[in-house]
Design a binder for this molecule. Structure first.
Ligand SMILES: [Zn+2]
Length: 304
């Protein structure tokens, strides 16, 4: 098994209201399910490193607004819909960025020492791919994957591909690309359309959107990746692939209407395993489907 799991106790302390789909139990069941793997509890985040990194992606106002929005002993809704802050949420969000950076550090060291491909899976919450430069939304506070990409380039990974297979479009990551126009990076997203957040129809510049029809199945996804996306990745020749790994395209997940199953996630993991990868947990809300899908995906990564 060459996929290491990166996590931290603060991720379970990020509270959401009762019956909220993005809840601490998601992480609890995944930690249990992945216990046969190497689970690395990451170092507590260093504010002097993490805050400047986040400020390369997000605005100062965004950070200040989040800090000001925390109300002691309360779970506060911050976007009139579905994104919540509790006392411990910001610590979890900062730690989420730090967590993926530590995973990327280890991949870099491994790359130098062992000259072999290997994988990291970041088990963190809140998720990140909906967070825009100046906006928290869709359960997300900071855009972990984009911060991770910036960090990876800062330590010597030159070409970064971000692949997002969460069932929802990674509007936040796309907004980061639109605002910052990063060089030597591409963003590839597959997502159900039409569906929240209602973006991601067209491709432009280094942003490649592949909408998936409502009710489409794993076979549709496999041929899209096999015929188009994997060849595109091969052509780009990334030094590192960062993956927004959401598991809500599963047929039993009620947040969306696709019909993937565990075997499709195993196929995806295997298809991406030829690269050095760091995946980060985004969506996936049916606990049983989430557990089986993550296990299958990690098995797929390990199979190479
Ligand atoms: Zn999602």
């Amino acid at each position: 098994m060459n996929t290491n799991i990166y996590t931290h106790p603060s991720f379970i302390k990020h509270e959401t209201p009762q019956n909220h789909p993005e809840r601490p139990e998601r992480l609890k069941i995944l930690l249990e399910a992945l216990s046969a793997h190497t689970i690395i509890e990451t170092n507590d985040y260093d504010e002097n490193i993490i805050v400047p990194l986040i400020l390369q992606a997000h605005t100062k106002n965004h950070l200040a607004w989040l800090e000001e929005s925390v109300i002691e002993d309360e779970i506060t809704c911050i976007d009139n819909q579905d994104t919540y802050l509790s006392d411990h949420s910001l610590a979890a969000a900062y730690q989420g960025v730090s967590n993926i950076c530590q995973a990327i550090d280890d991949l870099k060291n491994n790359d130098i020492k062992n000259k072999k491909s290997s994988h990291a899976f970041c088990l963190s919450r809140p998720p990140g791919h909906h967070a825009e430069p100046a906006k928290a939304m869709g359960f997300c506070l900071f855009n972990n994957i984009y911060c991770g990409a910036l960090y990876a380039q800062s330590i010597g990974f030159e070409k970064i591909a971000i692949v997002d297979f969460d069932v929802h479009h990674g509007n936040g990551t796309q907004a980061m690309f639109e605002k910052h126009k990063p060089e030597d990076m591409i963003f590839i997203s597959t997502h159900e359309m039409p569906l929240y957040p209602w973006t991601g129809k067209d491709s432009k510049d280094n942003i490649y959107n592949y909408p998936l029809p409502t009710n489409s199945n794993g076979a549709y996804m496999r041929s899209l990746y096999g015929d188009t996306i994997l060849p595109q990745l091969d052509e780009f020749r990334p030094d590192l692939v960062l993956i927004s790994a959401g598991f809500d395209a599963h047929k039993d997940d009620i947040q969306a209407n696709l019909n993937w199953d565990e075997s499709d996630y195993e196929w995806l993991g295997n298809a991406l395993s030829k690269y050095q990868t760091a995946s980060i947990l985004e969506g996936g809300y049916n606990l049983d489907a989430l557990k089986h899908s993550v296990l299958a995906y990690v098995n797929g990564l390990d199979a190479s």
